[in-house]
Write a protein that binds this ligand. Structure first.
Ligand code: UT7
Length: 336
């Protein structure tokens, strides 16, 4: 029987500080009513100023390892758009802080699709025999790249981390990852971007001038992204369900990237999936970028909407543009 990656453990973590819509409305020209009705978000968790993405990833990673009852893996993959530093990658420091010795470690940059891309990379390493086990994490602190005066992004994004432990198993086991559907469209690279600070528009320095970047903040063309997200996630989710031989009625839970409740509802409607079969925690955590899917999975396990044996479809859309999906039967796990 062919060798397949199977989910053996899961964990997630959000920083304790909660910022409500009312708190944002005291600083910005917005309101609880606007944010709730346009996004479904009531609050988000925001990292303290001394916390970096690796700090969140270590918390989530420790929980995922505990859930898998293991203290070692061969690879650590961290999906993030907010690495601790532009160089080196964040994953090696996460690996060493988790006591994982000299495990191979690298970052994946696919913004809000990062967790799914990383899951596919980890599954491929296992299927090829390069690894027996992989810790796949999605971790982001978008609060560190948001423009303090941009109400459209500050209303949406929150910080968090989550991930899974993958190990070699059989394709018919619960937790086995099936075929992935992954894609990108670089024509849309300006729709979700941090314009400056990279090689296209580096940080400038000059005699007597402090180093500065022209626009170091995260920018998003919300309306265009919204439309693309709905179309891409719905079509991709249907493809992976179809590849498993599941019609929509057989899908127990859709775990979509928690970008906006209106987007998730529109994806469900387009798929003709009852809205109640969508995992939702965006109201409590906002859009946590690469952490979004594992955080939603853990919350759905906690509230009983996700149970062992369920047919689950994961789908995400994000900057790049990138998008993708994966379908699996949920394994019997206790979150770490
Ligand atoms: O995670 C990766 C993928 N990301 C997404 O999928 C996010 C996709 N986009 C969205 O979720 C939504 O587009 C947003 C939540 C970002 C914005 O909602 P929208 O309903 O698309 O609003 P809009 O951008 O079309 O703006 C409508 C109006 C504008 O005012 P004018 O120009 O009509 O006067 C905005 O300035 O709403 C205004 N606005 C706000 N008003 C109050 C934007 N943000 C806010 C705010 N409070 N926080």
């Amino acid at each position: 029987m062919s060798r397949t990656a199977v989910i053996r453990g899961i964990g997630a973590w959000v920083p304790p500080r909660i910022v409500t819509n009312d708190e944002l409305a005291r600083e910005l020209d917005t309101s609880d009513e606007w944010i709730r009705s346009r996004t479904g978000i009531s609050q988000r968790h925001i990292a303290d100023p001394d916390m970096a993405t690796s700090d969140l990833a270590v918390e989530a990673g420790g929980r995922a390892l505990k859930s898998a009852s293991t203290a070692s893996v061969d690879f650590v993959i961290v999906a993030t758009s907010t690495p601790d530093r532009p160089c080196p990658a964040t994953a090696p420091s996460v690996a060493s802080r988790l006591g994982l010795g000299t495990a191979a470690a690298f970052d994946v940059g696919a913004v809000c699709t990062g967790f799914l891309y990383s899951l596919a990379a980890g599954a491929g390493l296992i299927a090829a025999g390069t690894a027996e086990s992989v810790l796949v994490l999605g971790a982001d602190t978008f609060s560190t790249i948001l423009d303090p005066v941009d109400r459209s992004t500050r209303a949406v994004f929150g910080d968090g981390a989550g991930g899974v432990v993958l190990a070699a198993g059989a394709p018919d086991e619960p937790g086995a990852l099936g075929r992935f559907d992954l894609a990108s469209d670089g024509e849309g690279s300006d729709l979700i971007t941090v314009p400056s600070g990279g090689s296209r528009d580096p940080v400038r320095t000059g005699p007597g001038r402090a180093a500065e970047a022209a626009d170091p903040y995260f920018r998003m063309e919300g309306r265009t992204v919204f439309r693309n997200a709905v179309e891409r996630m719905a079509a991709s989710a249907l493809r992976v369900a179809g590849a498993r031989g599941w019609d929509v009625g057989a899908v127990d839970l859709l775990v979509a990237h928690q970008a906006n409740l209106r987007i998730m509802n529109a994806v469900a409607d387009r798929m003709r999936l009852p809205r109640e079969r969508c995992a939702v925690n965006v109201d409590r955590v906002g859009n946590t970028a690469a952490a979004s899917i594992p955080l939603a999975l853990v919350d759905a396990m906690d509230d009983g909407t996700l149970r062992p044996g369920h047919r689950v479809v994961l789908t995400a859309f994000g900057g790049g543009l990138t998008w993708g999906s994966c379908a699996l039967r949920w394994p019997d796990l206790v979150a770490g």
